[in-house]
Design a protein around this ligand. Structure first.
Ligand SMILES: Nc1ncnc2c1ncn2[C@@H]1O[C@H](COP(=O)(O)OP(=O)(O)O)[C@@H](O)[C@H]1O
Ligand SMILES: [Mg+2]
Length: 330
């Protein structure tokens, strides 16, 4: 699979008060054409900032180092018309659709504005395309929907509208940032099924962000696990469960509620997740890791290839095959 997106050693600092605070500290990740990659990790680990870096939607004053390549082009230095052209090749769907629409503008205005103002498409034609896309995302009677306002639509319907809007520019990459987290469970699975179907039909690559390991596994080819602003493991989605390569992944797997397991086997990860700016000089997970040794506190591990994936653990080779068996018993 050829690379569409390549993040290499991506570092992002944000301005907090008067100083700069790291939120990504060396994120390395590839997404192939048409490939679905899951990005999982606890809240604050840097998942959204990774997606926003790719979309060039970081907060004002952000400092970016390292590289983001899209289809061979460096994205971090794009400006003006090149940046606008790039943005049409990617689309983003967010957790809370209501936060991303203007409540006093109709669904029709929302869906056709870009086409009408930036591409000069006449209103009737833009509306025809919008209705077609609403049909694609499973919303019949599009003409009526175009005249409605966001508050008249349920969360699930509104998220479908957001997905339709994301498809308007026929992007090659979809950045889906917890697109179903705010929805009820039934709607969640409908929206997931829709994303999955659209992606396959259109050969779209997707970065699917979630804190739900299972959900990532269900729709993604590969999963990357994020901790304190870094990817700590990356491999085929199903292998995460049977053969985790990093103690943090093993702990996430063990902590996940499993209807087949007895309650006694539910293990919580001790301590709290760290953000990148709090990370110690060595391994960021060391103070919560049941396998940590002295050197883990001082030596920062690199993301190294192991088996068919990669792991950012000094002991990855040595612990291989033992992680999923032992971590839940610690
Ligand atoms: N606008 C901001 N300014 C400063 N820090 C921020 C901002 N947004 C997020 N952060 C911090 O960046 C880190 C990563 O956040 P984020 O990428 O949103 O995490 P996730 O999506 O994995 O929950 C967190 O420590 C968060 O507090
Ligand atoms: Mg987030």
């Amino acid at each position: 699979m050829s690379g569409l997106v390549e993040l290499d050693g991506l570092e992002v600092d944000l301005r907090v008060g008067g100083s700069m605070r790291p939120v990504l500290s060396g994120t390395t990740l590839q997404i192939g054409r048409g490939e679905a990659v899951g990005l999982v990790g606890e809240s604050g680990s840097g998942k959204s900032m990774t997606a926003r870096s790719i979309a060039r939607l970081l907060p004002e004053g952000a400092e970016v180092r390292g590289s983001i390549r899209f289809d061979g082009t460096e994205v971090t230095s794009l400006r003006g018309a090149d940046l606008r052209a790039y943005r049409r090749r990617i689309a983003m769907v967010f957790q809370d659709p209501r936060a991303h629409v203007n409540p006093v503008r109709s669904i029709g205005d929302f869906l056709t504005e870009e086409l009408r103002t930036n591409e000069g498409v006449p209103r009737a034609e833009a509306e025809r395309r919008a209705i077609e896309l609403l049909d694609v995302v499973g919303i019949p009677d599009g003409a009526r929907r175009l005249r409605q306002y966001p508050h008249e639509l349920s969360g699930g319907l509104l998220q479908r509208v957001m997905i339709a809007s994301a498809l308007l520019s026929e992007p090659e990459l979809l950045l889906a940032d917890e697109p179903t987290t705010a929805l009820d469970v039934t709607t969640q699975s409908d929206v997931m099924a829709l994303l999955d179907e659209l992606r396959r039909e259109r050969g779209l690559a997707m970065l699917f962000i979630t804190h739900d390991l299972e959900l990532a596994g269900a729709v993604c080819d590969r999963t990357a696990v994020m901790y304190a602003g870094q990817i700590v493991e990356e491999q085929a989605a199903d292998a995460l469960y049977t053969d985790p390569l990093h103690p943090y992944t093993a702990a996430l797997v063990a902590a996940r509620p499993d209807i087949d397991a007895t309650a006694a086997r539910l293990a919580a990860i001790p301590g709290r997740p760290l953000s990148a700016f709090e990370a110690p000089p060595g391994c960021a997970f060391a103070d919560r890791c049941p396998f940590s040794e002295d050197r883990c506190e001082s030596e920062r591990p690199a993301l190294m290839p192991i088996a068919a994936g990669s792991s950012r653990c000094l002991r990855a080779e040595e612990l291989r095959g033992r992680l999923h068996l032992t971590v839940s018993d610690v």
